[in-house]
Write a protein that binds this ligand. Structure first.
Ligand code: AOF
Ligand code: ZN
Length: 336
């Protein structure tokens, strides 16, 4: 590993400290190095607060060293006046000589302008250091700004013989396949998403609360579809989609994107999940399989591809899938 990659790995570690708190902003880390030694570090803590570069520059005690220093940043420094002034300007004013960038910022506001500003000011800019790893830090941000839709995670639990529920009435409680540990893990996933979505059948049959009560963090926006107008959400706890659109996954995602949602966790039922799978508009899936056999019931969605990872928790196994047909994030927006 070369020296640039080593310092970029430290910047990646720092970026991860912001995980779960920065949406709709990306997580970003920055390291300032003088003569092979780290003299400053920072990361973006929360949307609306200082960017990684601002915090890294502020952490340097001996400012006179900046003019001979390099800054490593996981994302292209911004070039726009948003909630904070442009980081490219801050870097130029600080006297920093060299900037090493992990991944470009694909958002309309930046999109190469940060790099251009720095180069125009005579700063030595190196791009593409650990680019794949740096892109991976922000799947929702990258998907949102390149495909023009939120990141979609599908999640369900099923019996060993492929049912997500037994045959029952709405008065009966839903079948439970999770364990206390896997339930906490799925609530963690809720805290990492901007929104959580279910179909109208699940709303009526399960009456889910869809909160992240088993894990510290934020509760996602709760969304349900309701094409036939059967859902009543008296206290407005749920955002309802599907009444003014064509009920396609594309229309749901467009509505969420327009609300500024960058990631959505789809938790059922089988029909809504299958429509996401069939449309190809999904990114990852988490499928929990319990050792029980039901013999009959509501068929689980069909996702016949190789899992990218699996995790055994007690007698249950969680399979993780990545959509193999996901469009390249280097292409431009595809939803009008
Ligand atoms: C950076 N460093 O640490 C982050 C960046 O509303 P603002 O002012 O916070 O700007 C948000 C945008 O800035 C966000 O959409 C993304 O393009 C960029 N985020 N840029 O140079 C950072 N978090
Ligand atoms: Zn910035």
């Amino acid at each position: 590993m070369n020296i640039d990659e080593r310092f970029m790995y430290r910047a990646i570690q720092l970026a991860k400290n912001g995980k779960g708190n920065t949406s709709p902003n990306p997580i970003v880390g920055a390291v300032i190095v003088h003569d092979g030694t780290i003299i400053g570090e920072g990361y973006h803590r929360r949307c609306g607060e200082g960017h990684a570069e601002v915090n890294a520059v502020a952490s340097v005690t001996n400012r006179s060293l900046l003019k001979d220093s390099t800054i490593y940043v996981t994302l292209e420094p911004c070039s726009h006046y948003g909630r904070t002034p442009p980081c490219a300007e801050l870097i130029i004013d600080s006297g920093i000589r060299r900037v090493v960038i992990g991944s470009p910022d694909p958002s309309d506001k930046v999109n190469g302008r940060g790099i251009n500003m720095l180069r125009k000011a005579g700063i030595d800019v190196t791009t593409g250091i650990l680019e794949r790893e740096c892109r991976k830090l922000n799947p929702a941000f990258m998907t949102c700004h390149t495909l023009g839709r939120p990141l979609v995670t599908l999640k369900w639990a099923q019996s060993a013989d492929g049912y997500i529920d037994r045959k029952r009435t709405a008065e009966d409680t839903p079948s439970i396949f999770s364990t206390p540990v896997t339930a906490a893990l799925s609530h963690r996933l809720r805290t990492l998403n901007d929104a959580i979505m279910v179909g109208s059948g699940t709303m009526l049959y399960d009456r889910p609360s869809l909160t992240a009560r088993l894990w510290p963090g934020h509760n996602p926006l709760r969304v349900t579809t309701d094409r036939s107008g059967v859902i009543h959400s008296p206290d407005n706890k749920f955002t309802i989609l599907g009444r003014e659109d064509d009920g396609s996954t594309a229309s749901y995602l467009k509505a969420l994107h327009d609300k500024g949602i960058t990631s959505v966790l789809v938790e059922g039922g089988a029909r809504l999940l299958q429509s996401f799978i069939d449309s190809g508009m999904w990114d990852t899936a988490r499928v929990e399989v319990a050792p029980t056999a039901l013999g009959d019931g509501v068929k689980a969605p069909l996702l016949c591809i190789r899992p990218t990872e699996s995790l055994t928790v007690g007698n249950n196994c969680i399979y993780y899938y990545d959509n193999p047909d996901k469009q390249s994030l280097k292409t431009t927006k595809n939803i009008k």
